[in-house]
Design a protein around this ligand. Structure first.
Ligand code: FES
Length: 119
């Protein structure tokens, strides 16, 4: 049994078993979370992981820049350890950026097409 703490919900604590997605596990305990596709493709359910480890290997919505900023896709992410999350749209401050004003570098693209960061 793992503890999921929601930092921007007065550090409210919930339980996770890690066998189902965090979206399902938290919603089952009454947490109101936004979601859309529920298969890791639309980004609606993104949350920010402040501490802990999750497995979100099946997500396809996030690019490397978003992952590096701590974003996780709750509809596919499973808890591996105790975690601290920020949830909801107020956690999305670093999720989007203007692609024309501030384009992604090659190493910040989606993981399967990103190139290593130049040093
Ligand atoms: S609900 Fe679409 S990515 Fe999670």
């Amino acid at each position: 049994m793992m503890t999921i703490t929601l930092a921007n919900r007065n550090n409210a604590r919930y339980q996770a078993m890690g066998r189902r997605s965090l979206l399902e596990e938290l919603r089952d305990q009454g947490v109101d979370l936004p979601y859309g596709c529920r298969y890791g493709g639309c980004i609606t359910c993104a949350a920010k992981l402040i501490a802990g480890t999750i497995d979100q290997s099946t997500q396809v919505a996030l690019n490397q820049w978003q992952i590096n900023n701590g974003y996780v896709i709750l509809c596919v992410a499973r808890a591996k350890t105790d975690c601290v999350l920020e949830i909801g749209v107020e956690s999305h401050d670093l999720l989007y950026r203007n692609p024309f004003r501030d384009p992604l570098a090659a190493h910040e693209l989606k993981a399967d097409i990103a190139t290593p960061e130049e040093t």
